[in-house]
Design a protein around this ligand. Structure first.
Ligand code: SF4
Length: 273
């Protein structure tokens, strides 16, 4: 089994959600704007790093990839171009001090006999003997102190650090720095910030064992073991959920709904270098 962060967070939120999303690969028919905007943004920034900071090539990619028909006031072709121009202006030069190791690369690392962890890391660079892992976050509001606390690494980040320690020839490096490359767009105004985060080794160990534990649950998962919610929002987790129409429908109509409300997402296996 290959596990990644999206699977882990889906399972932690709700095993049923994990089952719809990752066993059946079902995603709502309507394209999600934040997801689409994020994909285009990631592709553009990756292109900058891979093509000598050629801004014109990136603007063309953004125009080609972005679907303007689902845009809103904060996430549209104009803000996308603003973000790319600002990013280019602010960080061109910064990257010259760093050795680029990988951009948007998927790493697979074996965790146990039948379990592999898959992490797609936005960017890895190095300065002297420090390895730097970047994660690009974008939002339409500025992050709060809690989200950026030096001491509260999200499980996702621990997974990335663990991956880097196991995949890259880590003995050449003295330390790892985790950087959140934060992009905020509010009312067409772009703000770019970089926040460093620390980690402690014992937290990585704890993360490793929790992933093995969760994956045991995933492998043993059968949907009939879960009692389904039958009222308005999800009564199981008290949150809005894309799969609520399925969970709240009688079992005999579920298959039909799966067919009409969702599409199968096709995963393209990426090979490691
Ligand atoms: S509606 Fe509730 S029970 Fe169903 S998948 Fe969503 S969170 Fe899980």
């Amino acid at each position: 089994m290959i596990i990644d962060n999206t699977m882990l967070s889906a399972y932690k939120r709700c095993p049923m959600l994990y089952w719809y999303r990752h066993h059946h690969n079902l995603v709502p028919l309507e394209k999600s704007l934040p997801l689409h905007y994020g994909e285009v943004l990631h592709a553009c920034i990756a292109h900058l790093y891979q093509h000598n900071w050629n801004i014109w090539g990136v603007i063309e990619i953004a125009a080609e990839m972005f679907d303007e028909s689902i845009a809103d006031k904060d996430r549209n072709a104009e803000t996308l171009t603003n973000v790319i121009n600002s990013y280019h202006k602010q960080y061109e030069g910064w990257e010259k001090h760093e050795k680029l190791i990988s951009v948007e690369q998927t790493y697979d690392v074996q965790m146990s006999d039948n379990l592999w962890y898959r992490a797609k890391i936005d960017r890895i660079t190095a300065i002297d003997n420090i390895l730097i892992i970047y994660d690009i976050k974008h939002s339409t509001r500025t992050p709060n102190d809690w989200q950026l606390s030096q001491w509260l690494l999200e499980p996702q980040f621990m997974g990335y650090i663990w991956t880097a320690q196991n995949h890259i020839d880590f003995k050449n490096y003295k330390d790892i720095l985790f950087i959140i490359d934060h992009i905020t767009v509010t009312k067409k105004k772009v703000e770019l910030n970089r926040y460093g985060q620390k980690y402690e080794a014992w937290k990585i160990d704890e993360w490793h064992w929790s992933v093995v534990d969760y994956s045991d649950g995933m492998m043993a998962l059968y949907p009939e073991y879960y009692r389904l919610p039958m009222s308005c929002d999800c009564t199981r987790y008290f949150r809005e959920c894309d799969y609520f129409p399925l969970c709240s429908s009688p079992p005999e109509s579920r298959e039909n709904l799966m067919h009409h409300l969702y599409k199968k997402e096709v995963w393209i296996e990426q090979k490691n270098e």
